[in-house]
Design a protein around this ligand. Structure first.
Ligand SMILES: [Zn+2]
Length: 353
């Protein structure tokens, strides 16, 4: 008899989304029965104000709080957070911040064996509820399995006030699921990789939800911001259920990581993934023009110039993308694509002119 794939599903216990939900942190902590000190991880910029609010709320509840600021998603930052958690004997990490601080807090808390609470201040990528974290080390940025947050408080008012570009990046990361799921299904058919229909549907549903509501998001309405947040949370759930980032990360993510590896431009993760999705959808023979239209509507980049990279850098990224994560089979295959094919691909889809 053929062995069935077995994996454990670890999901967040409390998910609270809405305006002004920050004061609910006290209830969440009491329901989680938190005893002892808590480590507060926050970013350096505008996240300090909500982080300060969370700190005083916790202190009012009689919890001793140790604060650590994170400036980037690097192994060095993870180590600082781990050291602070250990030195303070914190029993839980609470992160109030953007994608980078959340990645760092997630990985550090996982390594220290303590739970973490995610309080995102922006909706720039799908890590707010996912079990994996993307952290830079000497060989570039890698996504590693850590743990999902035990609780998630997404305050829509705070997130709506974050820079517009963050929401645009979040949308790019969600649109990416259209090709990520196709790549996953391909790896299943060609290589027998585990494929979970439910996790795949959940990821796809997020991308469809954002596509259907793109006008609301483009107009900057709060209801649009909420759609993006809920879609990102749903992506996080799909990864928890799949037990890997597979439903949310395919060839378009490999392209994004390749640009990062080449140190090309300063575009955000989701912006790069959005452009990658246009091109990978072309390779899949799908509706790449539809993907491009959606990104155009919200003012997301759709070209090399929009990503702040040269045409040569973009083509190089396409040709090395398959080497970023060889275990992850995608439409780029094991050998990747030639320079000529990459040029054609980028030209036909209008990513280069
Ligand atoms: Zn992503």
């Amino acid at each position: 008899m053929k062995m069935m794939h077995i994996h454990a599903i670890n999901l967040p216990r409390f998910v609270i989304v809405g305006p002004n939900v920050l004061p609910l942190i006290k209830d969440v902590m009491s329901r989680l029965n938190v005893r002892g000190d808590v480590l507060l991880v926050c970013g350096e910029t505008y996240t300090k104000v909500p982080a300060g609010f969370v700190k005083s709320s916790l202190e009012e509840a009689g919890v001793r709080v140790h604060t650590v600021e994170v400036c980037d998603a690097s192994e060095a930052s993870v180590k600082i957070v781990q050291d602070t958690a250990r030195d303070s004997s914190s029993s839980m990490a609470v992160c109030v911040g953007g994608g980078k601080s959340i990645d760092v807090a997630k990985l550090a808390s996982h390594r220290e064996g303590i739970p973490f609470v995610s309080i995102p201040t922006s909706a720039s990528h799908d890590g707010i509820a996912s079990p994996n974290a993307s952290v830079k080390n000497a060989s570039g940025s890698i996504s590693v399995m850590a743990q999902p947050p035990i609780a998630l408080l997404a305050d829509t008012e705070i997130i709506a006030r974050s820079p517009r570009r963050f929401i645009i990046s979040g949308c790019g990361d969600i649109i990416a699921k259209f090709t990520a799921v196709r790549d996953w299904a391909l790896a299943h058919r060609l290589r027998g990789d585990y494929y979970g229909e439910y996790a795949a549907s959940l990821a796809l549903m997020s991308a469809e939800l954002v596509t259907e509501n793109i006008d609301l998001i483009a107009r900057g309405l709060d209801v649009g911001v909420r759609v993006v947040i809920e879609a990102l949370i749903s992506c996080g759930y799909s990864m928890c259920i799949a037990g890997s980032s597979r439903p949310c990360s395919g060839s378009e993510h490999l392209f994004s990581h390749a640009l990062e590896k080449l140190n090309a431009g300063k575009a955000m993760h989701g912006e790069r993934c959005g452009v990658g999705t246009i091109m990978m959808m072309y390779l899949h023979g799908g509706d790449w023009k539809g993907v491009k239209d959606v990104l155009c509507k919200i003012g997301a980049p759709t070209t090399a110039r929009g990503l702040g990279v040269t045409e040569d850098q973009l083509i190089d990224a396409l040709t090395i993308a398959h080497t970023i994560r060889p275990d992850r089979y995608t439409i780029l295959g094991e050998k990747g694509i030639t320079k000529e094919a990459a040029e054609d691909l980028a030209r036909i889809t209008g990513v280069i002119s």
